[in-house]
Design a protein around this ligand. Sequence first.
Ligand code: GLY
Length: 336
Amino acid sequence: MKRRTFLEKTSLTSLSFTSAILLPGCIQSKKLTPTNNNELSPQEEGFPPFPIAICTWGFMDANQAAGEALMNNVSSLDAVIQGVHVEEQNIYNTTVGKGGAPDRDGNVTLDACVMNSDGNYGAVLCVQNISNVAALARKVMEETPHAILAGQGAEDFAYAKGFKKENLLTKDSEQAWEEWKKSSHYKPVINIENHDTIGMLAIDKNGDLSGACTTSGLAYKMKGRVGDSAIIGAGLYIDNEIGGAVATGLGEEVLKTVGSFLIVELMRNGMHPQQACEEAIRRIVNKSTNYKDFQIAYIAINKAGEVGSFCIHEGFTYMKFQDGKNMNVRSASYVK
Ligand code: GLY
């Protein structure tokens, strides 16, 4: 994209939205040269601001992995799958992949989806014994005639494709579940259990956009429960001509407003990603009498690389990798 065209497309809207706050703990890539203050940034020089990776919450290592992959010319789809896999393998993250909290019967079941720049989508729902479920969702997208595989079918397909069987219930998660069973009181906690799903969006050096979303869902959910994360339009939506959006939080509420699709459509109609995220949260809040009891957050990016985020309650942050820097950004919220 030529400098003038790019600036025309981005400058006005970029200047108008400053509702995200950089956190003091913002980090820079160890391997990439930090931007020198005296130098013009790629944007100031008139280049598109790509590659970019953003992800929900403070999943610094995951976003760094995606950002570095993008700098090495990896496609946006490869980058998001590599990025989210860092958390799928992280046994200390009790909301994604291995180490995820189980359902109330002690089964760890995972949901994940991916969407690529061609508008293709693949998902797996309620999968047991496989940690790398975003990669499995990609296999569904690329190597089956279907878009979604669920349960045992998804697990069997994983083995057929060479994924290894793993026990996803760690000692710590099992102990926490045993403790929970003493009261069996089901009440997800804002910013902790509803929910730390990792959703990631990336634009690669070619300007192509992809996304991935992966979760173990709500701790101590009912057996068979599936949230928003693997559902197209709710947990994730990508339109390579417009942008992408991804959700985290109480899946039941995200599903009802198809929030990620809504955000992309609002951007199509001219909204900045920030405005679009705010409108999607407003829809939920306006329809819900108990929004004070749950958290939902969206992050979004448009084709020009502009980013937005909004959540119901304070406390949600997201990561943004750009120009070799990986920053943790605090999102603006509906409830102050
Ligand atoms: N947003 C993740 C879930 O509700 O499962």
